[in-house]
Design a protein around this ligand. Structure first.
Ligand SMILES: *Cc1c(COP(=O)(O)O)cnc(C)c1O
Length: 357
């Protein structure tokens, strides 16, 4: 039986995609083998990889002046790759809005001098800095921020402005709604939240930022090297790349990112609406900074957490336990989570409250 999987990542995938992958598993495109067994240099896989890039470009309307790279090491790899590739002036500005920003900052400090130009510590990372409230030094090579903090459930409701290239870690929000790529120098995202299984980071990088990597940059993270080889300097995770293509087919067939935005807004509105109306459940995040993708909520009495989770499991909902640093619950409601999953959760929350409060 399929469950409603509220995991923050790896996360739920659309059933039709899994079924297609299953149907093609032992005989992919008449090859008599699975896509996992074929050469990454063969005609079939090279075409499959190129088609995935084309679909990604279509879905996000990526301008021709940007390259799309498929790199290993996940988003965490990009925490290092970004300063190594574009930290040309030796310093960079970062916005600190929570756990993932902190990790990006700590990693960047190995390669560049980091200027944290806004830090939301005072609100315990339940807010985003106000637009225009921070200053980015002109000497910074770039400004890095985390549009959606997956752990804290905090999201920017605007795109920061800066005179230097803007870098966004879109791991938990990519393809959940339209994105104006032209505002960015680099957009990167691990695939395992909204785009497929784990194994890749997709990196959208503006042409003029390619080719200035410091000489000790590993080849597999050097944007110039990887752009030249179509991200195949070494063997890529072929199955992940293939499945990414199937997910993009699904997004396109469902109506693209505009339709994803409509559905995701409706799911988030329903869940926050219920939490806000209840005195039993609470969400700590400032209203203008609430994530559409990751919804943390606490119960009035943490002693009830275990019973809540066990009952949810029995009702076909899994991975609702909040991150250890936040406590309580977290419902991740990425593209593949249907509205019925959210209404099932809300119905369960209502019943749990009625029987436990
Ligand atoms: C999950 C996540 C990461 C880490 O991704 P990995 O692929 O595990 O390296 C980084 N940033 C954000 C915002 C995330 O949600």
């Amino acid at each position: 039986m399929r469950v409603y999987n509220f995991s923050a990542g790896p996360a739920m995938l659309p059933l039709p995609v899994l079924e297609q992958a299953q149907a093609e598993l032992t005989d992919w495109q008449g090859s008599g083998m699975s896509v996992m067994e074929d050469s990454h240099r063969g005609k079939a896989f090279v075409a499959c990889a190129a088609a995935a890039e084309e679909k990604f470009r279509q879905v996000l309307s990526i301008p021709d002046t940007y390259r799309v790279l498929f790199l290993q090491g996940g988003a965490t790899g990009q925490f290092a790759a970004v300063p190594m590739n574009i930290g040309t002036t030796g310093s960079a500005a970062y916005l600190n809005t929570g756990q993932w920003s902190k990790k990006a900052i700590a990693e960047a400090r190995k390669y560049v001098s980091v200027d944290v130009v806004a830090d939301e510590a005072a609100s315990s990372y339940t807010t985003v800095p106000e637009a225009g409230s921070f200053t980015v030094p002109a000497s910074a090579a770039y400004l890095h921020y985390t549009p959606n903090e997956t752990i804290g459930g905090v999201a920017f409701d605007y795109v920061p402005e800066a005179d230097v290239p803007l870098v966004g870690d879109f791991s938990s929000t990519i393809a959940s709604r339209p994105l104006d790529v032209s505002s960015f120098g680099v957009v990167y995202a691990g695939t395992q939240k909204n785009l497929g299984p784990a194994g890749l980071a997709v990196v959208i990088v503006r042409d003029d930022l390619i080719g200035s990597a410091r000489p000790d940059t590993p080849a597999v993270w050097d944007y110039g090297v990887m752009a030249k080889s179509d991200s195949m300097t070494n063997t890529p995770p072929t199955f992940t790349w293939y499945l990414l293509g199937l997910i993009l087919d699904w997004i396109i067939a469902e109506g693209g990112v505009a339709e994803m935005e409509r559905r995701n807004a409706a799911k988030a509105e329903a869940l926050y609406g219920y939490v806000d109306a209840s005195s039993f459940y609470a969400n700590p995040v400032a209203r203008n900074a609430r994530s559409w993708m990751n919804v943390p909520f606490t119960l009035a009495d943490p002693a009830l957490d275990a019973a809540f989770l066990a009952g949810a499991q029995d009702a076909g909902m899994t991975n609702l336990k909040g991150h250890r640093s936040v406590g309580g619950m977290r419902a991740s409601i990425y593209n593949a989570m249907p509205m019925e999953g959210v209404t099932t959760l809300i119905d369960y929350m209502r019943e749990f409250e009625r029987t436990s409060a």
